[in-house]
Write a protein that binds this ligand. Structure first.
Ligand code: ADP
Length: 268
């Protein structure tokens, strides 16, 4: 609580007493703390790859460059870490743009069956590389009003996570479910749609579930790093879903897999 004493003067400018103002600053302080934690996290996240790049470059300059095999492997590390740095900066800028609402959404009606099949195709090579089958379950003629590029980004991110956190030979599926929440009319009188993205992967421990949408939160830092994750993907996804006035939830079981569900209103 912030406490302030404000003097009060009468109309004839005589002192009339004091007013005690108590202001609950918990929310403001919390915001300040979150902001400074974010800056600290960003600095730490950026420092890790920069330190690696610098260290390996130094070792090369110190003589390692003369051994072609060592040189090649160090250069590969420098390349990978720069790539990671690039992705990290991209995601940080993206998140900051979205959070400050500097992304104007262009809404248009999207037919989900075609849209999802096309989006899944874009993930094909990554799935093939890991021998992961992606199956699609939709019906034709289900429409949602959304920003096409942003919706693609949401789905691709969730599919990429599904592939990334599922061992080789596993299965990722995407299903569209029209929801008639008022229960009036038939099934095609849907007012919401849910998109479920499930995998047969490693799953997420119950205690971590409430935190995975936080920036930089990872269940297993080493695993996320080795798969090239920035720890910002789900945070970006959640913001984008909310910009569509939708919501996202997750259900998961360690060792058997995860399901992410996006719910979007259908704007008629
Ligand atoms: P990252 O870049 O680390 O993947 P995300 O924000 O996309 O960051 O996800 C945050 C964390 O949530 C991941 O590090 C991982 O621990 C967990 N996670 C996300 N999706 C899945 C999934 N499909 N299966 C298991 N864990 C997941």
């Amino acid at each position: 609580l912030d406490l302030n004493l404000v003097p009060i003067f009468e109309e004839n400018e005589e002192f009339g007493g004091v007013m005690l103002v108590l202001q609950d600053v918990t929310a403001i302080r919390r915001l300040e703390r979150m902001r400074s934690e974010f800056v600290a996290n960003v600095s730490h996240e950026l420092k890790t790859p920069v330190t690696a790049v610098k260290g390996f470059a130094e070792t090369l300059l110190g003589g390692a460059v003369d051994d072609p095999e060592t040189a090649r492997s160090f250069l590969q590390i420098i390349f990978d870490e720069s790539d990671r740095l690039n992705r990290l900066i991209g995601d940080i800028l993206e998140l900051s743009k979205i959070e400050s609402r500097r992304v104007p959404l262009q809404f248009s009606p999207i037919e989900l069956s075609t849209f999802i099949n096309k989006t899944v195709e874009l993930m094909g090579s990554e799935a093939v590389r890991k021998n992961i089958r992606i199956s699609v379950k939709t019906e034709p003629d289900i429409y949602v009003e959304a920003d096409e590029d942003r919706l693609r980004q949401i789905i691709m991110n969730l599919l990429a996570n599904g592939i990334s956190y599922t061992p080789d030979g596993g299965h990722v599926s995407i299903q569209v479910e029209p929801v008639n929440s008022l229960g009036i009319g038939d099934e095609m009188d849907y007012d919401h749609i849910r998109i479920h993205i499930s995998d047969t992967g490693i799953g997420i421990p119950k205690k971590d579930l409430p935190r995975i949408f936080e920036r930089f939160y990872r269940v297993d830092k080493a695993r996320s790093r080795s798969s090239g994750g920035t720890g910002l993907g789900l945070s970006i996804v959640k913001h984008l879903v909310e910009l569509h006035r939708g919501s996202i939830s997750v259900d998961s079981k360690v060792g058997s897999g995860s399901t992410f569900t996006i719910e979007l209103p259908v704007i008629q």
